[in-house]
Design a binder for this molecule. Structure first.
Ligand SMILES: *Cc1c(COP(=O)(O)O)cnc(C)c1O
Length: 433
């Protein structure tokens, strides 16, 4: 059996998602209405996909995916390989520690976000919607949704934070080639955007404004529906396809992880890879630790408080119980833009509160992060996203620690995306002329 690249046949691609909620040791604190203002739950009923809202509070352990979503996953290249990082191990001088990585970077748009984008596009089409609307910060989510919309013959409208829209020209082009309508936010497409532009025509935008624009656009345009790319329970559940595949892959080679690391912004790739394994830990079937790698720019799990907070700056969502830095916090810019989010998903937050998930945050200068990305590229050959490089940094650090302590351990790192549209960041951070 080849132990470098571990593949399962297409026919073994799981056809159910894993919902951890009924297996949690404590009930997941439900969403709450804030004390003032309109009902946020009613607002979500009006703006979001009904099947996703049903899944959000489902108490079933397994949710069968419609055949068409299963086929879309195959179309998108699933199942994705699990790699043993033999060359990285050699480069680090590891004798006792084995390193593996899961390849979400092999996705069409370059990130794991297609796993939920395809599901949401499918359900939206089923519910008779014609247009998917969203906001995007780093751009990965907007690209994934534009892709999913085009495969399902839907329109896609993306409000992209202007300061990022302006410089990520290649990603913007990719969204447009998929057929997405991409607006720099604040835009003239909405009242709120126009008001902001009237006061300051050069406003750089923010995620909060982009969300508000997206929601206003959805409310004003018949056939539109708003989509979210992280944090919510159903998003994490769609992402469990990552961990479910990985479990089968480990079974195939008769190995198992002692530590799973993933980067964490809102928690969807980390939840996706780890929740199926956490389920086994909760049932006493596996011993494994879980480590979320974050930036000190947004250390929600490391420094946040576990309390009810809004999921967006504009206070459109219900209150969710999360580790949060506060929904109004300003976060310094970093190259791993996808990790800049004020709070961690409710499911991950509860698991952190119970001590099952641990977290670490790396300095804002990202020197150590890009150095890890370079080591990974030079030994394994793959150019990974700045966000994913946090997982690799944490994986390398833990591997060296175990090795030094003489412990025989297996580490799994999730590679959430590729870095082909982030070469500018590599250039800058590694000082390449
Ligand atoms: C969006 C994104 C992240 C962060 O989001 P999570 O929901 O925490 O996974 C990480 N990596 C990549 C490549 C992303 O696009």
């Amino acid at each position: 059996m080849n132990k470098n690249q571990i593949l399962i046949p297409v026919d073994e691609l799981p056809n159910k998602w894993y919902n951890i909620i009924p297996d949690l040791p404590e009930p997941l604190p439900p969403p709450k209405e804030p004390e003032s203002g309109p009902s946020r739950m009613e607002f979500l009923q009006k703006t979001m996909i009904h099947e996703c809202l049903r899944q959000e509070s489902s108490t079933e352990n397994w949710i069968r995916m419609p055949d068409e979503i299963w086929e879309l996953y195959v179309q998108a290249g699933r199942p994705r390989p699990l790699y043993r990082a033999l060359r990285l191990e050699r480069r680090l001088g590891l004798k006792r520690v084995r390193l593996y990585y899961k390849r979400e970077d092999l996705s069409p748009t370059g990130s794991h976000k297609v796993n939920t984008a395809l599901a949401q596009a499918y359900y939206a089409a089923k519910e008779g919607k014609t247009t998917l609307v969203t906001e995007t910060g780093a751009g990965q989510w907007g690209t994934a949704l534009a892709y999913a919309a085009s495969l399902m013959n839907l329109d896609c409208v993306i409000f992209w934070v202007k300061s990022v829209y302006d410089w990520k020209v290649d990603r913007r082009t990719l969204m447009k080639v998929y057929g997405g309508k991409v607006y720099a936010s604040p835009s003239k497409e909405t009242k709120i955007g126009e008001e902001i532009l009237a006061k300051n025509p050069n406003h750089p935008g923010s995620l909060g404004i982009a969300v508000s624009e997206g929601l206003e656009y959805t409310a004003e345009h018949e056939g539109s529906i708003y989509c979210l790319g992280s944090v919510l329970n159903h998003v994490l559940m769609h992402q469990t396809i990552i961990g479910l595949e990985t479990k089968k892959q480990f079974e195939l080679i008769d190995d198992k992880p002692d530590l799973i690391v993933g980067c964490l912004g809102g928690g969807s790739n980390f939840g996706g890879v780890s929740l199926p394994f956490i389920g086994d830990v909760l049932k006493g079937k596996l011993e494994c630790e879980f480590l979320a790698a974050q930036s000190e720019a947004a250390p929600n799990l490391v420094k946040g408080e576990y309390r009810y907070d809004f999921a967006d700056v504009g206070e459109h969502t219900p209150l969710l119980k999360m580790y949060t830095l506060g929904h109004k916090i300003e976060m310094p810019p970093i190259k791993a833009d996808g990790l800049r989010y004020h709070a961690a998903a409710p499911i991950i937050s509860l698991l952190r509160h119970l001590g099952i998930v641990k977290a670490i945050a790396y300095p804002v200068d990202e020197k150590a992060i890009f150095e890890a990305a370079r080591i990974f590229l030079q030994s394994e050959g793959w150019l990974i996203a700045p966000e994913s490089s946090y997982a690799v940094r944490a994986g390398i650090d833990k591997a060296l620690e175990y090795e030094k302590a003489g412990e025989e351990k297996v580490i799994l790192m999730n590679i959430s995306g590729h870095g082909f549209l982030d070469l500018q960041a590599y250039k800058e951070k590694l000082g390449i002329p």
